[in-house]
Design a protein around this ligand. Structure first.
Ligand code: OFO
Length: 175
């Protein structure tokens, strides 16, 4: 049984993950239109992942006898000044999500909700990994600089990450 406070916080997190999914989908679509296929692939994948994060929460809330609320999703930004601006926005979004997850974890302690505390540990680790990955992309963008072929090289670098992620997924044991 979830406390009212925990249920409310988890529903707010459902809305946040849902928005992140649509936001990354919009970013992926922009990259596609700009011919950055590697970045588009990366962001389509991130969008799917965020949807999965939302779904985990939906199932958890319902299984815990709460009521998962499916939110209206506000329209995300459709265009970006540069690929650097886009990945800065991804990083900001991830930091915001991390802060929200940390708030839920803190609330779990005050509400003495050990089941939700356990459940949230997966998100804590996921956020750590995602923030590190996006920081890595921003570092590479900085190294490549703003020369005439920079977009080409940024796209190639991000596509390398796609390949690493696909290889890691393929190596995962079947659930
Ligand atoms: Fe939901 O994983 Fe980041 O935001």
């Amino acid at each position: 049984m979830l406390s009212t406070k925990i249920e409310k916080a988890l529903n707010a997190q459902i809305a946040m993950e849902g928005y992140a999914s649509m936001n990354y989908l919009s970013m992926a679509s922009w990259c596609d239109q700009e011919g950055m296929e590697g970045c588009a692939r990366f962001l389509y994948r991130q969008s799917e992942e965020e949807r999965e994060h939302m779904m985990r929460l939906v199932h958890y809330v319902n299984e815990a006898d709460g009521k998962a609320l499916i939110p209206a999703i506000k329209k995300p930004q459709m265009t970006y000044k540069s690929v650097q601006a886009l990945f800065n926005a991804v990083y900001k979004s991830e930091q915001k999500v991390t802060a929200a997850i940390n708030e839920i974890v803190a609330l779990c302690y005050t509400e003495k909700d050990h089941a939700t505390l356990n459940f949230m540990q997966w998100y804590v680790e996921e956020q750590r990994e995602e923030e590190a990955m996006v920081r890595g992309i921003l570092d590479r963008i900085k190294l490549i600089g703003g020369g005439p072929q920079s977009l080409y090289y940024v796209d190639k670098e991000v596509d390398k990450i796609n390949k690493q992620l696909a290889a890691a997924e393929a190596a995962e044991p079947e659930a």
